[in-house]
Design a protein around this ligand. Structure first.
Ligand code: DC
Length: 225
């Protein structure tokens, strides 16, 4: 009999985390908790209400009152905010930048901690983010830190934007944005993006996502048995 675990997958933007986490959750029959989507939801709510992204108390109030839900429909993990489907609205470049700015504030992070733990429940969940193995679920049964080179991550981001059919900035612009966001996420004082001591580091620069998922699934099976 295998025990349903909390599996954390942390790492920088563009390392393939979302795809790996989603497909892993489907394969294991686990739920998927996308913690980045939670920060994004706070960000779009703030943008919509005109709350300044430096207004820590205002942002924390939004975080404390966030009515967010996730539900798989096929292979898409839909995000609902106050009942409205915001799956696409939270993925714009503006929302990405705002989410990173929002996530710097300790009061916002504190307000979201209990929410993430509640949504993570007692296991049988893949949790994806930046600090889920270090801060949110320090006792997770299996922790992974998924990374890839800056250039590879920028290349993947370009492909994603192209697939989305929107305006695609230059490669250099995307690379710069990725590096800026990494710097901000890794250098903030509270819960910076860093691998947990007991995380398995997985580099997806050269491996295919299928190989990465196989590797992670095998490790989870080993720990759950
Ligand atoms: O994974 P993502 O790109 O959807 O995350 C959006 C932003 O949220 C990212 O810039 C950093 C922040 N974030 C965080 O600080 N902690 C998490 N656990 C998840 C995301």
């Amino acid at each position: 009999m295998s025990t349903p675990l909390v599996v954390t997958i942390d790492g920088p933007a563009g390392a393939g985390k979302s795809t790996v986490a989603r497909r892993l959750a489907r394969r294991l029959g686990y739920r998927l908790l996308d913690t980045g989507a939670i920060y994004r939801a706070v960000a779009i709510t703030a943008l919509g209400r005109g709350v300044d992204l430096d207004d820590e108390a205002g942002l924390a109030a939004i975080a404390a009152d966030l009515a967010i839900d996730f539900a798989f429909e096929g292979d898409v993990n839909h995000v609902f905010l106050g009942g409205a489907d915001v799956t696409t609205a939270i993925r714009t470049p503006e929302a990405s930048k705002a989410a990173s700015l929002v996530s710097r504030h300790p009061a916002v992070r504190a307000a979201l901690l209990a929410l993430q733990r509640r949504l993570g429940g007692s296991g049988g969940v893949v949790v994806e983010g930046r600090d889920t193995g270090t801060v949110v679920f320090p006792d997770a049964g299996a922790k992974f830190f998924l990374t890839a080179s800056d250039e590879e991550r920028a290349r993947r981001r370009q492909l994603e934007l192209e697939a989305g059919g929107g305006v695609v900035p230059s490669f250099e612009h995307t690379l710069r944005e990725i590096r800026e966001r990494d710097d901000r996420d890794a250098s903030r004082d509270v819960a910076p993006m860093v691998a947990a001591d007991d995380a398995v580091i997985v580099d997806s620069s050269t491996a295919s996502l299928d190989e990465v998922i196989d590797q992670i699934a095998a490790e989870v099976a080993r720990r759950a048995s």
